[in-house]
Structure formats: C-alpha cells, structure tokens
Design a protein around this ligand. Structure first.
Ligand SMILES: Cc1ncc(COP(=O)(O)O)c(C=O)c1O
Length: 375
C-alpha cells in the first residue's frame, strides 16, 4: 500500500507538521462525506450515531490494549482532564497534584484550577530538556494525590519513561494520569504495561482524524470509586432514562462523558484510526525511528543545534532544532512549500507514516538556504 498517495497535500507540499495536525487522507474526507450523506438521506439516525460512538470506543480500547468499558469518548484532552479532576477529592491530607514541566498548558492550567477545591500544585522542573527520575522521587510523597505526566513534550519532542515514573508514584500510593497526545498513533502503547490509572489523548494529530474528539482511559478497578461532578445524560447508566430527579452514573468509564457526541468527528476518527491500524503501530514506530534518524543526521551534519535527544527511545515522533528567529524560519520554509511549526524558539519537525526521504531532502535544502536563522 502506498500510504502517501492517500494524502493529496503531498502533491504540492512537504508537510512535516503532524504534531500540530495530521494530514487529511482521502479516507477521512470520504468519512465526512458519509456523515453528510447519512444525515441528508436518513434525517436523524441517532441509533447509527450511537453505534458509531460505541465503535469508536472499541477502536480506542484496541489502540491502547484496554477494555471498552475503560474508555470515555470526550471532545478534547481538556475535557478529559477536567472530567478526571472533577472526580477527585482534594479535601484531605493527600491534596497535592504533581505536574511535570513538559505539560501542555491545558493540563497544568486545569490542575491549577483545582486550587479552589483544595488542591496544591507542585511542579517538577525541567533541566536542559530533561527531567531526571530523581526529581520525581523528590516531588512525589505521601501527600501526592495524582501525578500528571506528559509522555512526549509538545515543545521539543522529548519522551519520558512513564512506566518508570509510575513505579515511583505507585510506591507512594498516588494516582497517575498520562497525556499521550504527542505519541498516540506513532508507537505501540500498552496501557496495562505502562500501569497508569488514566490516559488522555485525542484524534487530530497522529491519529489522522479531526479536532473535537478526545479519549479518556480509566483503569477498571477505579471507575466505580470516582464520581465526576462534570456529568450529563451520556454519562448516565441508562442514557435514555430521562430522569431529572437523580444523577445515576454509568458503571463504566462512560460516566466521564457529558452530552451529545460530536457525530461528524466520530466518522473521521474511525477512518483515521482504521488507516493507522491497517499499517500497524510496530511498522509506524519503525518508520518513526528511521525518518527522525534522517532528520537528526541532516541537522547534525550541517552543524545546527539539535534540541531533541539523539536516541529514538528518548524522543517521540517530533525532532526539534534551535533557531534564532523561528517564526521567520517557519514562514520562509512555508514559502518553499515545506510545512513545519515552532514552539519555544524551537523548529518542530514532526514526520508521520506518510513522510519520505524526499520530504526530508526538501526540508534540509530549506534549512541550508536559511542557515543564518539556525544556531
Ligand atoms: C500534549 C498535548 N496535550 C494536550 C493538547 C491540547 O489538547 P486539547 O486541545 O484537545 O484539549 C495538546 C495540543 O497540542 C498537546 O500537544
């Protein structure tokens, strides 16, 4: 299968920016069209749409080796983290949230918003693009209620060994949430092996779907102990009970859901995940290692400052390079049809399964052309 042919953007552009948004495939475009056709021809096919929701729940579960009952389908990572936070009691002695400084702002901001509910937020600092395990050993104590971890950082692509950090957290009896948005869809991820209590992510980047769709995994043993105060009719044990006198949460992770699902996004997500699964996460991971290897080699050969670690075990699908004027660099590369992005003074280059050596050659030509913007 020539996967690249399914993504029309490559007819013109070297698109290497999946950390921001996955490219649009013919399949996902068709999925949106199918949604419109169903809506137009069937009018109000709610059973079909609820079935799509359940299909997607199953697809998310398969992706991370969880049970469908452990999956809530949400509308963003923010919605997932808010649902988790709303189910946690911060009134006792154990009221600390430990947040790593690799966090995407939304997760840290949501934890800070819990201060009014009794939470204290502790940050684990980053030193030269790394957070040593010893920092977690110091930060996580008997007062820690939950540790909020980032698998791959959105600023430079550094990947943490979350399983090792989780072992530390578990010794202290803390809950752990992992944000997998920058890794999901690029490598095999077995939630049972990782051992997290919660995992959040979404479909718009490496899962090749749309915005407005997230996932929330919650470990089976925990579900019934957690009563989110964010709720709604899709969170009820019986969605169609229509009971206005009580909140009766679902016995499954569906209790973290709220209202009517974003139906068009379900179609797109299913098509995107199907594409990923048809290739296979092992193959995607192998290609991630190879293509990020090409980028790192090209950057180092030219004497530019590689911010990401050299080992592919220590970074995700994104590689970052230091620039002295990254906004201008992104703009000039775009003028030459090379699409990348920036954060924190770094040029973010984030290939996916559809990228090839030709894209990397075009990128390297662009970097050489604008070498005065690189350090
Ligand atoms: C690691 C990570 N978490 C969360 C988000 C944002 O999630 P959402 O907008 O779905 O709340 C992003 C977006 O780039 C991200 O990279």
């Amino acid at each position: 299968m020539n996967i690249r042919k399914k993504f029309p953007i490559f007819k013109k552009k070297a698109f290497i920016n999946s950390c921001s948004k996955g490219a649009l495939s013919d399949e996902v475009r068709q999925a949106y069209d199918d949604y419109l056709t169903d809506w137009q021809e069937l009018g109000s096919p709610w059973d079909l749409w609820v079935n799509k929701l359940e299909e997607l729940r199953g697809a998310f579960a398969t992706l991370i080796h969880a049970h469908p009952n452990e999956i809530a389908v949400t509308t963003s990572v923010s919605a997932s983290v808010n649902a988790i936070a709303s189910s946690i009691d911060f009134s006792g002695e154990r009221n600390e949230v430990v947040v790593d400084d690799f966090a995407f702002p939304t997760t840290a901001q949501i934890w800070h918003a819990q201060k009014g509910r009794g939470a204290t937020v502790m940050h684990v600092p980053e030193v030269e693009n790394s957070i040593p395990l010893s920092f977690y050993e110091k930060a996580i104590t008997e007062r820690t209620k939950i540790v909020s971890l980032t698998h791959v950082c959105y600023r430079h692509g550094v990947m943490q060994d979350v399983a090792e950090i989780i072992k530390i957290a578990k010794q202290k009896g803390a809950l752990v949430m992992v944000d997998s948005y920058q890794s999901l869809g690029t490598m095999p991820l077995n939630i049972k092996e990782i051992g997290a209590d919660f995992l959040v992510g979404g479909t718009l980047k490496y899962l090749l779907g749309s915005s407005g769709l997230g996932l929330l995994y919650t470990k089976q043993e925990l579900i019934k102990q957690l009563n989110p105060s964010s709720s709604g009719w899709f969170a009820q044990a019986d969605i169609f009970a229509m009971d206005i006198y009580a909140n009766t949460p679902s016995p499954t992770a569906r209790r973290f859901e709220t209202g009517t699902p974003p139906n068009p996004n379900l179609y797109a997500a299913l098509a995107g995940i199907e594409l990923i699964q048809s290739i296979g996460l092992e193959k995607i991971d192998a290609q991630r290692r190879e293509i990020t290897g090409m980028i790192k080699e090209g950057v180092m050969q030219r004497g530019f400052h590689l911010v990401s670690p050299i080992s592919p075990d220590k970074h995700g699908p994104m590689v970052s390079v230091r620039s002295n004027n990254v906004e201008l660099l992104v703009q000039l590369l775009e003028e030459d049809q090379v699409i990348v992005s920036s954060r924190d003074g770094n040029l973010r280059i984030s290939p996916h399964i559809y990228n090839n050596a030709d894209d990397i050659d075009r990128l390297m030509d662009g970097l050489s052309k604008h070498k005065d913007l690189l350090i």
